[in-house]
Write a protein that binds this ligand. Sequence first.
Ligand code: NOJ
Length: 540
Amino acid sequence: MKNEFIYQIFPQTFCEVGSKRGIGNIKGIISKLDYLKALGITRIWISPLTKSPFKDSGYDVSDYYNINNMFGNMDDFEQLIIESKKRELSIIIDIVFNHTSNQHNWFKKALLGDKKYLNYYIFKDPVNGKEPTNWKSKMGGSVWEYVPKLNKYYLHLFEKSQPDLNWKNEVLRKELINILKFWRDKGVDGFRLDVCNLYSKPKDYKDDEIGDGRRFYTDGEELENYLKYLNYEVFCRDKNIFTVGEVSSTTKEKSFNYAKNNNNELDCIFTFLHLKVDYFNNYKWTYMKPDLLQFWNMQKEWQLYFQENDSNLALFMNNHDQPRAISRFGNDKSYHYESATSIFGFISLMRGIPFIYQGEEIGMTNMHFDNLDDFKDVETIGNAEELKNTINNNDLLNILRSKSRDNARSVMQWSSDKYAGFTEADNINLHINKNYININVDKQKNNTKSVLYFYKKLIDIRTKDPIFVDGKIEFFKEQNFAYKRMLDYREILVLTNWTSCKENIKLKLKLNEWKVVLNNYSSINNKVLEPYQLIVLERI
Ligand code: NOJ
């Protein structure tokens, strides 16, 4: 495992150059490669760029071999590869293989009754004239959609425009391999596998009496065989492809194998349990402050488990599906700088591979939504539609404000110019956070007291020091939100306070035994941590 820092781009809202359509594009990404290199990034993960009707921001692919023309064309993509290689940056693309768009030719042919393509998807007969199971879609409503002409239902774990693929079908699996090879041969060095722990569906489809069905289709029986197959056919051939799998709702016992060193599956995995600590009764569409103790216990448990099992976690607090961590776990008003830096620093010095999501490096915050009509995201709209039946509009608005993916999808704040310097278009139909006037890259780039500056410094420290890759991690009984990294005779201590109040330090800390590696305040006291203070010390 190399010392990596990976940056995620959500292309729609990252940067637009040239076309003036008010949508980010590949040329825009190319224009920011120097910025990312200067930040210290080693790889860039780009959310889907392929053709799509864009019901789910590209996570509904209608053609795996072509670029969505709103982002540019294949020449632009090839240019992106050339320009990134020049800067020794590698590109990870998003691979959405659990489902396609219903506009994909495979699905269109299936709907016409073509047997070959019917078998690419999961079609089932009605049971007692109804849906085969009572499972709930992650986008709201049932996971089944009825096709009268076929008198069959098809499975869609996400929106009904995203039919699930049938991985049991070997012919389909070969098609998928060809797609991966196509992009590998274009010069792509990595894949992020969207919801890959849902590939293997169960043998029997039965009602879930205690949940929404996920326990029947998550981490399925054949999954590891499928991952080994992809690995054997593509990831480990010719050149080493970096892979990260998204495995939402997984258990640690099931998931460590996916990213175990030398297990020939994936390089690392994203899990989300640490973020679901503001789900009331495990249900996302509720309003709850994050339970910090639960968060911390979860971190310890997963870190130790993955260490023992020689497996790799992705370290992250933000992505395009999550509300901004600074607004969720921090105090984005009174302690903006301190929250942004302590959340990032504390998480990304743990054992694993750190990821940054566009905009977090300047402390971009959640949006403020005034009305229910302000939301654009398909998951938010789908679930709101259902929630409306049981919750009043005020409560619903509060829930959506805190949980909607729209929070993460506002345009990247490059400057205080019109539309935050994201585009030169006259109009845009994207969310833009009003605070861009104060929070933007231009304002921070030469300011040594900025979030951006702190990110650069921390990335530099981490990527140069093997202790963060190879070092052991250990926790303390007497102190939450603290850990040690150790390699040979060296020891690094990381300590933080994720609250807006001062907090006592329970560890016996003799400051003359340590040198300061990082501190987001100007001084250190061995008895008390300031609100959102982060300190990183190395034993002398
Ligand atoms: C996970 C992706 O991150 C999310 O944005 C998408 O809606 C679902 N998978 C479905 O592809």
